[in-house]
Design a protein. Structure first.
Length: 250
């Protein structure tokens, strides 16, 4: 018996980085995984990798900047799979910019996906889960929600919203048997920050500042997501699990 046997899981941002590893881990643990993202070729590649490990996965493309698309994704899964047991909100956009230089468009690009899209995808899924009396949501926030860093104030503020939303949803949906938690990653090697990490001086600063002395790997975040989504965490809701090599501890 695997941890997610027979369960249907949607993973937004499942075509890349952290979301991709979450898809592979859920599929390996028996879930029927709906891999969502904007890039079909990458989505199909994720599904292929999941199947190679004996899992079940299919791609569902969605741009989560618009409410209708968030709802359409959830409705489509419900129609095709008949249930939604797990939603992992991993889709995200990251833009660097000092506060004086942050344009409205950059704020909108990040908040539309990272917070608004997450809210309206969750809204639909939570309504379905609450109606059925069970379900789990895991939101990917960031240590940027917990500690400041120069040049990413807008991202930090928006991820702070994800943490607040996690707690609010946990309290709102607990009476209906639905759990909502977050994982707050530190610096993880994914396409999102590959350019930044390719700058030796930047990488050196990050590694020096990280007690464990290295960046995280996507599968290490996936491990935390599966714990929160799974049966071992049945008494855990409204929590944020920091996975950051000790960054926020010092
Ligand atoms: N990599 C890190 O160091 C790090 C640290 C903290 C938090 N995070 C968060 O983890 C999550 C995953 O990031 P990642 O590092 O794997 O990045 P990534 O760039 O590898 O993946 C981002 C995913 O989001 C999806 N996405 C982007 N715009 C979208 C849109 N408009 N509609 C739907 N999907 C869209 C992409 O298709 C992709 O699947 C994000 O929420 C990110 O903010 C990442």
């Amino acid at each position: 018996m695997r941890r997610f046997d027979g369960q249907v899981a949607i993973v937004t941002g499942g075509t890349s980085g952290i979301g991709r590893e979450v898809c592979l881990a859920l599929a390996a643990e028996g879930a029927r995984v709906v891999v969502s993202g904007t890039d079909e070729a990458r989505g199909e590649a994720t599904c292929e990798a999941a199947r190679a490990e004996g899992g079940i996965a299919r791609f569902a493309g969605a741009r989560l900047n618009r409410v209708e698309d968030c709802h359409r994704l959830v409705d489509g899964v419900l129609e095709r799979e008949g249930a939604i047991d797990v939603l992992v909100n991993a889709a995200g956009v990251f833009e660097v910019g000092a506060t004086p230089e942050t344009a409205e468009a950059a704020w909108d690009r990040m908040s539309d996906v990272n917070l608004k899209g997450l809210f309206f995808t969750g809204q639909r899924a939570l309504t379905v889960m609450a109606g059925r009396g069970s379900g789990v949501v895991v939101n990917i926030s960031s240590i940027g929600a917990l500690v400041g860093a120069p040049g990413i104030a807008a991202y930090c503020a928006i991820k702070g919203g994800v943490e607040a939303l996690t707690r609010a949803w946990a309290v709102e949906f607990a009476p209906q048997g639905v759990r909502v938690n977050a994982v707050a990653p530190g610096n993880v090697e994914t396409p999102m920050n590959a350019q930044m990490m390719a700058r030796p001086e930047h990488l050196a600063t990050i590694l020096e500042r990280t007690p464990l002395g290295r960046n995280g790997r996507p599968h290490e975040i996936a491990g935390a997501v599966l714990y929160l989504a799974g049966p071992e965490a049945q008494f855990v809701t409204g929590a944020s699990l920091v996975v950051d090599g000790g960054w926020t501890a010092q």
